[in-house]
Design a protein around this ligand. Structure first.
Ligand code: ADP
Length: 515
């Protein structure tokens, strides 16, 4: 039962009020009938109606009013019969009018009161059942303290920030009047009294958030929103979002409402997101490192193999009965050249992964083709692979990084050779170059190997895709990225059983384009 719902302003029960209302009405009736007051006393029936009205029940009011009218008329009839006696009749009429007017006023008041009861009940239901924490506070004492505050012309906020003692004391001037169950639960308090007794502990050292609220209150704002931490009675900290509503005057300060929402889950989600982002950034760095080492390992493999081949050849020349020092010198020269090349490749890959644009030299593609084929010539010859090159010498120049483009062709040639190794019959690679149009050059590397399985085609250029036992799956990924960084394209076509053809395009340097 809410305050408004109780019989107004008394500790008497409804039944008691009804009883005394009836007793009073009967007493008035008896006095009216038995004394010579001739109806004047009937005006006192209004007291019986007012008593009935205190039950806050419309029906009680109507019953009491009807009863009083009946008693007034009965008393009049029993004393005077039906003969009209001017003065007592008039008094009876005045009494009836008084009863009527009082009843109307009381009924009207009852309607306004009922609306208030409804509203209070609705508010109570929300207060008690809400999952949002709500605390009712009285800030009128705080208003008085603020009014007597001397800021000496300084901005209020600055003044408050410079006087933490005032802010701390001000917090104690806010008086909690009620705490709803949701907030009690959030704070780990068994009842409102426990909450109120421990409020300093609950709010911890959050003077900062209170300072902001205080400034908003002093500046006459209607709402204030903020974030803070509630220290539960068991010591656990709960991050919360709160909104304070400052209702308008006259009695707004007595009725300050603070709504509190637990945002632990939101905070956890935010933290998880930040952690995931950090993880991702770390993973990306690790992946880049992985890619870097895989690329270096892949690319230096070929010059290393060439160094070993040349070294072995050199040893053979040296171990002859009569060592051929000229041949030894040549092979050592190869070893040195391949060693330099390996270190250049490493440098290029590192700059490449740093996203530094490739070197922009003016290159004659037939030269690049020649250099690349020379690099793999021994390896191919060892595997009995015939290499046919059909590239005109008068192709326009392209802009790019010589070593990187050499590596693309070396990779395609080595792959072609490996695809055919162990295959009976002829093993041929044909490298062709030509012009698509004035802007674009094409190069194809075609082999007579087993070709590529259609299922593998979509993944062929993915990093780490390989079908070879000791393969790394980096070659084609590096080739495609390199070609694209040069503004070109790399694709493959293959009919299983009749070899594979890699097709690449590169833009011609436009500085040398004929008008
Ligand atoms: P890896 O050579 O380490 O496997 P690549 O990226 O260079 O890595 O090649 C990926 C895969 O593409 C190879 O494992 C092979 O299956 C296929 N492939 C590449 N070139 C050819 C080719 N000329 N003929 C058939 N398959 C090829």
């Amino acid at each position: 039962m809410t305050n408004l719902d109780r019989p107004t302003g008394s500790s008497m029960s409804r039944a008691g009020l009804r009883f005394w209302s009836a007793v009073f009405a009967f007493a008035v009736f008896m006095v009216d009938v038995l004394t010579p007051l001739e109806g004047a006393v009937a005006v006192l029936y209004v007291v019986a109606i007012l008593l009935a009205a205190r039950t806050n029940r419309r029906n009680d009011i109507i019953v009491a009013a009807t009863g009083c009218i009946v008693l007034t008329i009965s008393a009049y009839l029993s004393s005077h019969g039906l003969q009209t006696i001017a003065s007592p009749a008039l008094r009876a009429l005045v009494s009836l009018a008084a009863i009527g007017i009082t009843t109307l006023l009381v009924l009207q008041n009852h309607a306004a009161h009922s609306a208030l009861v409804q509203s209070e009940r609705r508010y109570r239901r929300m207060f008690d059942a809400s999952r949002i924490g709500v605390v009712e506070e009285d800030w009128s004492g705080l208003r008085a303290a603020l009014d007597s505050l001397q800021t000496e012309g300084a901005d209020l906020r600055d003044h408050l920030a410079r006087h933490p003692d005032f802010v701390r004391d001000a917090r104690r001037l806010t008086r909690i009047t009620d705490v709803n169950p949701a907030l009690r639960k959030m704070a780990g308090a068994s009842d409102s009294a426990a909450f109120i007794a421990n409020v300093d502990k609950l709010l911890g050292e959050n003077d900062r958030s209170f300072l902001d609220a205080l400034a908003a209150f002093a500046q006459g704002e209607r709402f204030h929103e903020g974030e803070t931490e509630l220290v539960r009675l068991d010591g656990r900290k709960v991050p919360v979002l709160f909104t304070i509503t400052f209702p308008p005057e006259p009695d707004g300060d007595h009725n300050v409402l603070v709504f509190v929402v637990d945002i632990t889950e939101r905070k956890q989600a935010q933290d998880a997101l930040l952690a995931a982002q950090a993880e991702l950034a770390h993973a990306a760095r690790v992946a880049t490192l992985g890619e870097l080492s895989a690329s270096i390992a892949h690319e230096v493999n070929q010059p290393l193999a060439a160094i070993v081949t040349s070294g072995e050849a050199g040893l053979r020349w040296l171990r002859r009965d009569v060592p051929d020092l000229k041949e030894v010198a040549t092979t050592i020269g190869h070893v040195v050249a391949q060693g330099r090349r390996a270190s250049e490749i490493v440098t290029r890959i590192r700059t490449f992964l740093k996203k530094v644009p490739p070197q922009q030299d003016m290159l004659q593609i037939d030269e690049v083709i020649e250099e690349a084929t020379a690099l793999v010539a021994r390896e191919l010859a060892k595997d009995d692979v015939a290499l046919i090159v059909e590239a005109p010498h008068d192709l326009p120049p392209v802009r790019g990084d010589r070593i990187q483009l050499q590596q693309v062709l070396v990779n395609l040639l080595v792959n072609a050779g490996q695809a055919m190794s162990g295959q009976p019959g002829s093993r041929t690679i044909t490298l062709r170059a030509g012009t698509v149009d004035r802007e674009t050059l094409w190069i194809t590397v075609q082999d007579s190997g087993p070709g590529i399985h259609p299922d593998d085609l979509p993944r062929l250029f993915d990093p780490f895709f390989t079908t070879k036992g000791g393969g790394m799956g980096m070659g084609l990924a590096i080739c495609r990225t390199t070609v694209e960084a040069h503004g070109g394209r790399l694709s493959v076509a293959s009919t299983p059983g009749s070899g594979a053809t890699f097709h690449l395009t590169l833009p011609y340097s436009q500085e040398h384009a004929s008008p």
